[in-house]
Design a protein around this ligand. Structure first.
Ligand SMILES: CCCCC/C=C\C/C=C\CCCCCCCC(=O)SCCNC(=O)CCNC(=O)[C@H](O)C(C)(C)COP(=O)(O)OP(=O)(O)OC[C@H]1O[C@@H](n2cnc3c(N)ncnc32)[C@H](O)[C@@H]1OP(=O)(O)O
Ligand SMILES: CCCCCCCC/C=C\CCCCCCCC(=O)OC[C@@H](O)COP(=O)(O)O
Length: 295
């Protein structure tokens, strides 16, 4: 019997008979069950999607940190360019599309204080979509302990404050003011002081406005449209979506003093709230603006 024929016969017999139908490996079964459960359960689908985002941030941070260290040898605002280019790819993974308006208002020589509304941890994608060069953020210090994400924030020059201690926060912000001027750095602050997914604005904290007046630099308001059409943790909603971003004209602070903080805060709050309602296609409230400063 010709071995080739026997092999061909065995191969023909093997090619004619269906592949051996052994049981699925355990991981195949587990994966199939997760996918089935996710298809059936919005809550699970939401948790898988937002969990993948957290995992992506942790992994991307762990991989970007060595690049920052090799390229820029430590903590410097120059690392923000590397971080920005990495995070900007996330929008493709989650199907987020940005419509940008007013970027020319970022073309400011020298430092400024940028303020924007803050809706969720997804804001990092919107932040990096338009982040100008040499711009760092003010963050709650708890974020420093978020593993590789905390490390990458540190390397990018993020300034950590203790929100629970006004005196500590004020002294840190005073140091920020000096660094802004000496190192020609812009500072991005979320004046609401916390995430707010309501589709409206929380009353503004005053630190950003004190900082701008103390350094006599302009305040540049930035507004992101409401995420509620595609992201709502309470409804386990997290799909793809469009985000309108509008950079408003700089608000000058030359000649202003600490006694002008409340008026400057109100002016920015009102302009941002009107913009938020407009770009989110939400009817403006009949009774005008809400409270602008924390009481
Ligand atoms: C490669 C993959 C990467 C994957 C990860 C992606 C990105 C990571 C990398 C980089 C991006 C990092 C982005 C991080 C974003 C983090 C966002 C946050 O953490 S938001 C929360 C923290 N931020 C804030 O809280 C800012 C807003 N808060 C303030 O500005 C506050 O004013 C404050 C300074 C914290 C003080 O807080 P307080 O509650 O006391 O607020 P008030 O404003 O009411 O002030 C009380 C009182 O003090 C006076 N005041 C305030 N500040 C000052 C000042 N600087 N000087 C003088 N006086 C001040 C104020 O006027 C009040 O007095 P009065 O009522 O009499 O007027
Ligand atoms: C080894 C320790 C590992 C820790 C695991 C951490 C798990 C989460 C990991 C990554 C999450 C990605 C987050 C990207 C940065 C988000 C910045 C942000 O938006 O923080 C919220 C803060 O603005 C306001 O907080 P609050 O609304 O006041 O609350």
């Amino acid at each position: 019997m010709d071995p080739s024929s026997s092999s061909s016969s065995s191969s023909s017999s093997s090619s004619s008979s269906p592949p051996s139908e052994g049981p699925l490996p355990w991981w195949g079964v587990a994966g199939a069950l997760v996918l089935l459960a996710a298809a059936l359960s919005p809550r699970l689908r939401f948790r898988l999607r937002i969990g993948s985002y957290c995992l992506l941030c942790l992994l991307a941070s762990a991989l970007t940190a060595p690049a920052c260290l090799l390229w820029n040898r430590g903590r410097t605002v120059r690392n923000m360019t590397i971080i920005k280019n990495v995070v900007r790819t996330f929008k493709y993974i989650y199907g987020l599309r940005f419509e940008l308006k007013g970027l020319e208002h970022f073309e400011i020589e020298g430092p400024c204080v940028i303020i924007s509304n803050h809706q969720s941890i997804l804001d990092m994608i919107g932040l990096m979509e338009i982040l100008p060069e040499r711009c760092v953020q003010i963050a709650k210090r708890e974020l420093m302990y978020m593993g590789s994400v905390g490390l990458i924030m540190y390397l990018g020059g993020v300034i950590f404050i203790n929100r629970k201690s006004t005196s500590n926060a004020k002294s840190v912000m005073a140091d920020v003011g000096q660094a802004m001027m000496s190192e020609n750095v812009k500072v991005w602050i979320y004046p609401e002081g916390t995430r707010n997914g309501s589709g409206d604005l929380l009353p503004f904290k005053k630190g950003a406005f004190h900082l701008a007046i103390q350094t006599q630099v302009p305040v540049v308001p930035v507004v992101y449209s409401s995420f509620t059409s595609f992201y709502n943790p309470k409804k386990h909603l997290f799909t793809s979506g469009k985000i309108r971003v509008e950079v408003l004209p700089p608000v000058p602070t030359e000649g202003l003093t600490a006694s002008d903080v409340d008026e400057l805060t109100d002016r920015c709050y009102t302009a941002m709230r009107e913009t938020l309602f407009r770009i989110s296609e939400r009817p403006a409230e009949v009774n005008g603006g809400g409270p602008s400063v924390s009481h």
